[in-house]
Design a protein around this ligand. Structure first.
Ligand code: SF4
Ligand code: SF4
Length: 407
């Protein structure tokens, strides 16, 4: 059988390249979905062999296509296979393209159809009112008036929140923290507020590249109208879209500089613009979210920030940096099979429990929100905090609702 999209993206040779060494199954870190399922097709190797067998006609579509679909959607797009494999197979891109093939064959999981409908109707993946992107929580923050006035204001720097950071309690904390930090150092920036649409990541991650186009184009047009040159975002998923995947999958060259929020904060520390006044007195560990770490390479920036925080005793996770376990929330797996995602979350919880830390931080709003929700269910009661919140706290910045939004 044929997968035309693999050809379209020049990926048709890669399923033949796998050397079947199995490192992607048993290597340090390695594949979280294989670790949970213990079924070959859930690893990088299994997916390549299954796709190859289908293309060559050695496996009939009746026997193999459903299985490949389950494995392709039962993946967190964590990039573990890409990291560990001795070959140069672009696994994550192949999985996204194959997800699109299943959409075209009418084999998209029902949860993906529902998510798409919600997203295109409401312009955010939570299906909430766009007005609530800021006004749903702005009353918690002392810079409320300034923040509301920044909506639609012309400026060269924009802070792009993303959906998690606009709507999910614990992630909103990081948004508030970042705006307070930006205000504190006198940054001139704009926010789109209710005019900010989802970046389109849930669609691009599930292979519906064209479905994401109107969302991407809307935000780009608004930023061009406001004279924006630099986009800062705390969400590594949004970062990946803006920095790479609009170009890769939509052929959009927007021309903005795109900055990961924690690179921005690290730069502010290097420039001596951030003054820490309050020791945190915590033992801390750090989770490298897949889109921040393996998929974008931001390993040093968060650790440099942590090293600068006063009163922090830092301990790495047993699996860290390029070996860091996915928290389970990536690749839209939560929407496809939330129990499967939760089982991956248990592996994460076990890894965190092996440290002496009392706080686990991350630089990804989705990971923070998912770990906050899942770790207690997996018997891990460490506090989960976004790195931006720790930075704001160490700067002595305070806001109402810090505890309330956390609950
Ligand atoms: S690590 Fe790479 S070459 Fe080895 S089995 Fe996995 S996909 Fe194949
Ligand atoms: S991207 Fe992650 S979850 Fe998916 S196959 Fe590769 S290692 Fe496994």
């Amino acid at each position: 059988m044929d997968f035309p999209a693999l050809r379209k993206y020049g990926l048709e040779e890669f399923p033949y390249i796998c050397a079947q060494c199995s490192y992607c199954q048993i290597g340090h870190g390695a594949c979280p979905t294989y670790k949970v399922k213990r079924v070959d097709s859930y690893s990088g190797r299994g997916k390549m062999l299954l796709a190859r067998g289908l293309i060559q006609g050695r496996i009939s579509p009746t026997d193999g296509l459903e299985g490949l679909k389950d494995a392709i959607f039962g993946c967190t797009l964590c990039g573990g296979c890409e990291e560990i494999c001795q070959t140069d197979i672009p696994f994550v891109k192949i999985y996204q393209v194959l997800r699109g093939e299943f959409m075209k064959r009418g084999m998209w999981p029902e949860s993906m159809n529902t998510a798409k409908e919600t997203l295109l109707k409401t312009c955010n993946i939570q299906g909430q009112s766009q007005m609530d992107r800021i006004e749903g929580w702005s009353y918690w923050t002392p810079n409320e008036d300034d923040l509301l006035n920044r909506q639609g204001k012309s400026a060269e720097t924009a802070f792009f929140f993303g959906c998690s950071s606009s709507y999910r309690g614990v992630s909103i904390q990081a948004t508030i923290a970042t705006t307070l930090i930006m205000d504190n150092i006198g940054e001139d920036y704009t926010v789109l507020g209710e005019e900010e649409y989802c970046c389109g990541a849930p669609l691009i991650m599930t292979g519906d590249f064209e479905g994401a186009r109107t969302l991407a184009e809307h935000n780009i047009e608004r930023y061009k109208e406001l004279g924006v040159k630099r986009i800062i975002t705390n969400c590594p998923g949004c970062f990946k879209m803006w920095a790479h995947e609009y170009k890769e999958f939509l052929n959009i060259d927007h021309g903005f500089e795109v900055v990961y929020g924690y690179s921005y904060i690290k730069e502010l520390i290097d420039q001596d613009k951030i003054k820490f006044t309050k020791p945190l007195n915590i033992k801390l560990t750090y989770h490298d979210g897949c889109d921040a770490g393996r998929n974008s390479g931001f390993y040093d920036e968060p650790r440099d920030i942590i090293a600068a925080l006063p009163g922090v005793e830092f301990e790495e996770l047993p699996h860290n940096k390029d070996n860091c376990y996915c928290c389970g929330s990536g690749g839209v797996l939560r929407a496809f099979d939330h129990e499967f995602a939760a089982d991956i979350g248990k592996l994460k919880a076990q890894d965190i429990e092996r440290t002496q830390a009392d706080v686990v931080a991350s630089g990804c709003p989705s990971c923070v929100e998912y770990m906050k929700d899942q770790l207690p269910q997996a018997g891990c009661n460490k506090t989960v905090k976004d790195l931006a919140v720790l930075v704001a706290e160490a700067m002595g910045l305070t806001w109402d609702g810090l505890e309330e939004i956390y609950e």
